[in-house]
Design a protein around this ligand. Structure first.
Ligand SMILES: Cc1cc2nc3c(=O)[nH]c(=O)nc-3n(C[C@H](O)[C@H](O)[C@H](O)COP(=O)(O)O)c2cc1C
Length: 216
């Protein structure tokens, strides 16, 4: 797969098969991800990959928290719609509507898969030191995108999701991470489940002219 194919093939997978990702492949992906640039090469990220029984425990706690109506609260500050500006709000509306139309009467299944953390066999949790700067969040984003492209390049599907980090206290407990670090995002890694409609959904992008200015 050349770079252009890798970029266009990456998309969010929301229903994974039970096939696990090998430790060797996780190292291959992380080796590529860590080539992301960072402020003065501070490489401020920390990564905890949960799989097997550890991830089962996280999924169980996550599901129970949802069943009990416990509100999720990520350690990154909540994203209010107003913070997205008009362009972001419009795109979210377009995305939600197209997803609803695409799924039709299967819309409920997506919520169920999400509640089960998309059935991902592995999750890479990307962490930052407590009270991070926006520059560190930039670094972590670059790391995350490189990680997902690396995964795509070796045939592994992925999804970045805030859903993975909605109950951070459980993650600190189960993954034995102290409060000097916070959970930024989780990236589900695995192989897409065949015949799952949601995996055929593709999010559209704006035209360049909607957001790009070139000044000569
Ligand atoms: C920071 C971030 C958080 C996200 N959280 C979720 C989530 O909680 N649930 C979900 O289904 N998708 C989540 N996504 C996936 C986005 O919906 C997806 O990336 C976007 O619609 C573009 O689609 P694509 O990844 O298939 O290209 C998240 C993506 C990012 C970058």
């Amino acid at each position: 797969m050349n770079f252009k194919e890798t970029v266009y093939n990456r998309h969010s997978t929301r229903d994974f098969s039970s096939k696990s990702v090998s430790t060797k492949d996780i190292h291959t992906i992380i080796d590529m991800a860590k080539m992301a640039p960072s402020w003065a090469n501070d490489q401020v990220w920390k990564v905890v990959v949960a799989t097997g029984k550890t991830l089962e425990k996280i999924k169980e706690r996550h599901y129970q928290a949802l069943l009990n109506g416990i509100p999720g609260q990520s350690e990154f500050p909540p994203l209010h719609r107003t913070g997205m500006g008009k362009q972001g709000q419009q795109n979210v509306t377009i995305w939600s509507n197209s997803l609803r139309t695409f799924l039709g009467k299967n819309a409920e299944q997506m919520a169920i898969d999400s509640a089960h953390l998309f059935n991902a066999p592995s999750v890479a949790y990307l962490l930052l030191p407590n009270s991070p700067s926006l520059w560190s969040a930039y670094d972590l984003g670059a790391f995350g995108q490189t990680l997902m492209l690396a995964a795509t390049s070796i045939g592994i599907d992925s999804i970045p999701a805030a859903e993975f980090v909605q109950y951070p206290q459980d993650l600190h407990d189960i993954l034995d991470v102290d409060n000097n670090y916070i959970f930024g995002i989780g990236i589900g890694l695995g192989y897409k489940k065949d015949n799952a409609l949601i995996n055929d959904f593709r999010s559209k992008r704006m035209n360049n002219s909607d957001f790009l200015t070139i000044k000569y």
